[in-house]
Write a protein that binds this ligand. Structure first.
Ligand SMILES: Cc1cc2nc3c(=O)[nH]c(=O)nc-3n(C[C@H](O)[C@H](O)[C@H](O)COP(=O)(O)OP(=O)(O)OC[C@H]3O[C@@H](n4cnc5c(N)ncnc54)[C@H](O)[C@@H]3O)c2cc1C
Length: 405
């Protein structure tokens, strides 16, 4: 008979390793099991190899969940500030890139090394690669059957992450265990994922590949799973449609068959203090060609494409009727396009949906029905916006769980 662990954590990624280190340093006997030959692969490939490990502004408003209040307790107990202090204690150099996003100066490997060092401080045992065959309960002990034999623990923590990037070992195992124990699962969907477009959706815009500019973007609608998401981010025009951070953010709120909406002037208005009414109504605008007027705030090629689309190319602004001006303004500020679909799990950064938060205690991440069964990280129905929030959720949910083991 093997010894009894305080907890066995299944999945040694961001949430699992972090939780293991914190619990181990609280004196708990922790075993981590992972089926992958190399741990922390998602961390390694994250943030273009520099890991956007948290966000200065990470708060409940940066997460999608059927219960938006669920994240509050864990984020309050282990906020971004706490992880930044940990990073500083390891003298890992980092920088802020954009809207509070923090990246390593050097390499994501430093975050993986930090997690291993924290586990070593806590005497955590890590076993990989090992395949886990089953999880069941015998009285108040959890029994984990693996290809190397069985292990027993007072608690089991499911931390196998989400479905994106199956090529590096993503599985739905936490969701399967959730189902086995009768927990509700919110249907998973790829998120922070490029969207695909049909060529008709683009008319003449596909000639603008390579342009990048900040816009206001929105997707989703009232009454849908997550309501409406609004972002001010960069959009990139490509041969296949639209891409860039604006589209990734919108993808998390986008529902099949719906359009995403772009205000091409909104972000420029915000940054330059100009108002689009001023642009269209100024006295000195009257003698300008429509495309020249638009090019004072938009990239030239885009300005020309919009003027062309409204049959206003080469027309002096003074000659453009009130109705045509209004139509152009509407096109620029409420442009919409229907994506054909997403590029799926291969290209997604995160998973929407997962173990229903109603089934979990937000203070501890433990199942309300099954004492000693925990779910942390991406397998829970909590999905962060782009910008370091998903790792922050891994740290915060892992910490909350570790305090309770
Ligand atoms: C390309 C890419 C870039 C990203 N960049 C960022 C970023 O810069 N900032 C950010 O905040 N987020 C980023 N993310 C999201 C972030 O990586 C995840 O949200 C985070 O890793 C989730 O942590 P986790 O511990 O729940 O899951 P993971 O880190 O995915 O860990 C899950 C672990 O479980 C193991 N496992 C899976 N199935 C089994 C099984 N059946 N048995 C045993 N073990 C199993 C896996 O091998 C893995 O080690 C990115 C994601 C991708 C795909």
């Amino acid at each position: 008979m093997s010894k009894t662990w305080d907890a066995i954590i299944i999945g040694g990624g961001a949430a699992g390793l972090f939780c293991a280190g914190v619990a181990g340093q609280r004196g708990k006997k922790i075993l981590v099991l992972d089926h992958a030959p190399t741990l922390g692969e998602k961390i390694r490939i994250s943030g273009g190899g520099r890991c956007n490990f948290t966000n200065l502004h990470s708060g409940p408003g940066n997460f999608l969940s059927l219960n938006p209040h669920f994240v509050k307790s864990a984020l309050a107990r282990y906020p971004a500030k706490a992880f930044i202090e940990l990073i500083q204690s390891y003298r890992i150099a980092y920088h802020e890139k954009h809207q509070g996003q923090l990246f390593c100066d050097d390499s994501a490997k430093q975050i993986i090394d930090l997690l291993f060092a924290e586990c070593a401080k806590g005497g955590v045992q890590i076993r990989n690669p090992v395949s886990v065959r089953s999880v069941h309960q015998e009285a108040d002990t959890w029994v984990i059957e693996t290809e190397l034999g069985s292990e027993r623990a007072k608690s089991v923590v499911m931390a196998t992450g989400g479905l994106p990037v199956p090529a590096i070992g993503a599985t739905a195992y936490s969701l399967e265990i959730g189902k086995q124990f009768g927990l509700n699962i919110i249907e998973p969907r790829p998120a922070l994922v490029p969207l695909s477009f049909t060529s008709e959706a683009f008319a003449n815009l596909n000639e603008l590949a390579g342009l990048s500019l900040p816009v206001k973007i929105s997707a989703g609608s009232k009454g849908q799973r997550y309501d409406v998401g609004r972002f001010t981010e960069d959009v990139l025009l490509t041969h296949k449609g639209l891409s860039g951070p604006a589209v990734l953010q919108a993808s998390s709120y986008w529902c099949e068959g719906e359009a995403i909406r772009i205000d091409w002037l909104g972000a420029i208005e915000m940054s330059g203090g100009f108002h689009c009414d001023d642009l269209f109504d100024r006295e000195d605008s009257r003698l300008k060609l429509t495309e020249t007027l638009l090019a004072s705030v938009l990239p030239q090629r885009l300005a020309k494409a919009f003027a062309e689309q409204q049959n206003l190319l080469g027309r002096k602004w003074a000659e453009v009727s009130k109705k045509d001006r209004q139509n152009l303004k509407d096109l620029l500020t409420n442009w919409s396009v229907k994506p054909a679909g997403t590029l799926g799990w291969k290209k997604a950064e995160v998973m929407l949906g997962g173990v229903d938060t109603k089934a979990l205690d937000g203070q501890t991440m433990m199942s309300r029905q099954h004492a000693g069964l925990y779910f942390i990280g991406e397998c829970v129905d909590v999905t962060g916006h782009l910008g370091g929030h998903n790792f922050q959720w891994a740290w915060s949910s892992g910490f909350a769980c570790a305090q309770s083991l």
